[in-house]
Ligand binder design. Structure first.
Ligand code: SAH
Length: 340
């Protein structure tokens, strides 16, 4: 079996080279090549040829290939469908903002959380992504766009807290100054609400931004939309969020997908407002992207505005997600689902 080199941190790479009988400075050389965008050992010209050939037999550093790419003519947003070495596929989105380039990466192939409105979960979980496969989404996109990524959100396919160890390793690798040197405050992880991991994360990475998918303002409604609520009920989740904010001093983002007629009335907004009162937070309203698997529709922009206003009246900071790439708007997870 070939070793996956992008799963390794610098210390592990040093051990790898030591075991090969090579000087350990090779670790730093290879690490630096990988994060400067080399996808083959061939390119690592300061390594002796015999070593490059040996590495080629023993190890691999490229895990993705572009199966499909959509580029928005309006704003440059790009959606990628990447094939993994085992034939699975994942999606990645690249967005350009004034403050820099942002990427939305997947943490799993598929997902087992079962949120009713989400296409990524339709065929269940195939498998966890390795840290290297998460890193490679960034490196592939940097190469394809010839640009540098400054912000990373883990909000693509999968539940990052269901793949916790690899997620943590990924964050360490991209934060490493010899890796991608991405600031912890420029990284956001989004969870459907796995309470024990929220606590763990607040200790492991207090500086990384946390987003929590709430999507409802009472237990019953949340049970309907998100099966995970039966395991980790909303009231307990909100308590965990209060504790998180207190411990880290960081503002949590609550994501709230607006589904027409289901959770988007003024009454829902008032209910949400009272549930969130006293929590250091920000609400991001996301009009549902229609997925063909169900009949739900997204809330119209004007109604979303009213919903936002109700929250804003009590001082809760709220934004409605700006639509990027609307001309390529295969909804979340749709590229992957529709491939054949
Ligand atoms: N599992 C994590 C991260 C991936 S989903 C989580 O649940 O947070 C990223 C966000 O997109 C979540 O808030 C999710 O609920 C939302 N989402 C999924 N399908 C959607 C759809 N069809 N329309 C709008 N938002 C959707």
């Amino acid at each position: 079996m070939k070793q996956n080199m992008k799963d390794m941190n610098k210390e592990e790479l040093e051990t790898f080279f030591k075991n090969m009988g090579e000087p350990i400075f090779r670790a730093k050389q290879v690490f630096s090549w990988m994060y400067r965008g080399a996808f083959s050992f061939e390119e690592m010209t300061n390594l002796p040829k015999h070593l490059r050939e040996k590495l080629d037999c023993d190890a691999q550093i490229k895990y993705l290939d572009i199966r499909k790419k959509q580029v928005s003519e309006k704003d440059g947003t790009r959606k990628y469908l990447f094939g993994l070495l085992d034939g699975n596929a994942i999606e990645t989105v690249y967005m350009q903002y004034k403050h820099g380039n942002s990427i939305c990466i997947s943490s799993q192939a598929g997902c087992r959380m079962g949120c009713r409105f989400c296409a990524s979960t339709a065929n269940g979980l195939q498998r966890n992504l390795t840290a290297g496969e998460m890193v490679d989404q960034i490196l592939m996109v940097e190469k394809d766009t010839a640009s540098k990524i400054s912000n990373v959100v883990v909000m693509g396919t999968g539940e990052p807290f269901d793949n916790y160890e690899n997620l943590c390793r990924f964050i360490e690798l991209i934060h490493d100054k010899d890796g991608l040197n991405i600031g912890l405050r420029n990284i956001t992880v989004s969870t459907c609400g796995i309470i024990p991991k929220i606590k763990e994360f607040s200790m492991d990475f207090p500086q990384v931004n946390l987003a929590v998918s709430l999507h409802a303002a009472d237990e019953h409604a949340r049970n309907q939309l998100m099966p995970i609520n039966q395991r980790y009920p909303m009231e307990e989740l909100l308590q965990a969020c209060r504790d998180y904010a207190k411990k880290t001093g960081r503002r949590i983002t609550f994501e709230y997908t607006l589904v027409a007629g289901v959770n988007d009335t003024p009454k829902h907004a008032q209910q949400l407002r009272s549930k969130l009162s006293g929590i250091l937070c920000h609400v991001n309203l996301i009009p549902l992207n229609t997925v063909s698997e169900n009949n739900w529709r997204g809330t119209k922009r004007a109604l979303a505005g009213q919903f936002a206003e109700i929250l804003g009246q009590k001082g809760i900071p709220v934004t409605i997600r700006r639509e990027l790439g609307s001309d390529i708007s295969a909804a979340c997870g749709q590229l992957r689902l529709n491939q054949k």
